[in-house]
Design a protein around this ligand. Structure first.
Ligand SMILES: NC(=O)c1ccc[n+]([C@@H]2O[C@H](COP(=O)([O-])OP(=O)(O)OC[C@H]3O[C@@H](n4cnc5c(N)ncnc54)[C@H](OP(=O)(O)O)[C@@H]3O)[C@@H](O)[C@H]2O)c1
Length: 378
């Protein structure tokens, strides 16, 4: 879709607009002439971004959202951890008849929003969480694999997105670190230790060790594909695998409030989001395999760097929702817009593999810059 296809009167509110990712989204939206209302809970910080970008702004606590989202068509929530912000914002959106989108990757948040499906449908509202790197590429790849092998009973997804991560993402990961991992078995969620399985995966650059993680797709890919057995893997160097082992050993201790407070203070002090060059030069790799009793198919995706992709996919999903393309009720990116949504993003490429042979290669629009990234120790 192009900007000109969007309903020109439709408006959206961007909550969390002064966070690392929210600000990138706000800047890109302004460049495209989308004119979102920028919002967040700190009036000084919201006003500063709004004045830099010459956009309107609102300050409110998420628990008071209903009074501030009643005159917009959609909300894009970039304020995470979403464990704290998604429920009150979803409540407000359903009550006021406003579409809800966010960039969560948190499994428990997807599971909770999914339960609001009927309520949202009755209100004529779309609930579309996960419109960032989590989970747009993996969700589209899952839907594509289901299209290639309709009888699939097992789905494995993997991602290799090495690079710097922001304060907010680090805090979100730390908040959930004591909760363990999850897979889907026979249609049900099963809680397991993080990294309970390892596997060597070829993301397109040779084999890398990857471990299971409780990624949002354990929830969303089941909705999108109906495949009853789902595992998600992340490529991880040996140091990361040792850290996960330690996290499993420490278990609930890491969830304790005083430990979390110390960890969050360390993040505030030492973690910075990726710089402009990293966002421009990095890239993400996604791998997927579907199996049935008689078949196996493998496909891969290459995407722009994760934060850059998040900006692109979140705005693309907002634009499509504002133009009335999204069904109402609970949706995943691919249930709303189909498996090829990801190929609308510049710099993406999808390959289908049969044995060792690439049998099909499809690319999205071209990116202007070339991409490159150093290898790792896997
Ligand atoms: N789906 C994806 O691929 C993807 C990509 C990027 C980021 N994310 C997720 O998006 C979230 C934000 O990441 P970030 O890098 O932008 O982090 P960040 O720079 O720390 O920004 C977080 C933003 O959320 C706001 N916020 C946090 N808790 C809030 C609450 N209870 N009420 C209202 N506002 C609240 C913060 O406001 P205050 O400063 O006032 O607390 C800030 O504006 C993280 O959860 C991250 O994991 C997902």
């Amino acid at each position: 879709m192009t900007d000109s296809d969007a309903d020109s009167d439709a408006t959206f509110l961007l909550y969390g607009a002064y966070g690392y990712t929210g600000r990138l989204v706000a800047e890109a939206a302004a460049e495209r002439g989308l004119e979102p209302i920028l919002a967040g809970r700190d009036s000084e910080r919201v006003s500063a971004v709004a004045s830099d970008l010459d956009l309107p702004s609102r300050t409110f606590d998420v628990r008071e959202a209903a009074a501030f989202v009643d005159d917009v068509d959609a909300v894009l929530n970039c304020a995470g951890p979403f464990e704290k912000t998604a429920d009150p914002m979803v409540d407000a959106c359903i009550r006021e008849g406003t579409h809800y989108l966010d960039i969560t990757g948190e499994l428990s948040v997807f599971e909770r929003i999914k339960r609001r499906d009927a309520e949202a449908d009755d209100a004529g509202v779309t609930l579309l969480p996960g419109v960032g790197f989590d989970v747009v590429p993996t969700d589209c790849l899952a839907a594509h694999l289901k299209r290639r092998l309709p009888a699939a009973t097992h789905l494995a997804l993997g991602l290799d997105a090495a690079g710097t991560i922001s304060k907010g993402t680090t805090k979100t990961v730390l908040s959930g670190i004591g909760d363990g991992g999850a897979v889907r078995e026979n249609g049900d969620l099963r809680w397991v230790p993080v990294g309970h399985k390892t596997r060597a995966i070829d993301f397109g650059e040779g084999l890398k060790r990857a471990v299971t993680i409780p990624w949002g797709d354990v929830s969303t890919a089941h909705v999108t594909t109906g495949i009853p057995n789902i595992e998600v893997y992340a490529a991880m160097p040996p140091a990361g695998r040792r850290l996960l082992g330690a996290a499993n050993y420490l278990g609930g201790l890491l969830s304790a409030a005083p430990v979390q407070a110390v960890l969050h203070r360390l993040v505030d002090r030492y973690v910075e989001g990726p710089d402009e060059r990293t966002r421009r030069e990095g890239y993400g790799l996604v791998w997927g395999e579907a199996r049935s009793p008689g078949g196996r198919v493998v496909s891969r995706l290459r995407t722009p760097e994760t934060y850059r992709l998040t900006v692109e996919t979140s705005l693309l999903c907002v634009e499509k929702t504002l133009s009335g393309d999204a069904p109402t009720g609970y949706q995943t990116p691919a249930s709303a817009f189909g498996p090829d949504l990801i190929l609308e993003v510049p710099g993406t490429e999808r390959v289908d593999i049969d044995g060792d042979e690439v049998v099909e290669r499809v690319s999205g629009p071209e990116l202007e810059e070339t991409t490159g990234r150093g290898g790792g120790d896997y």
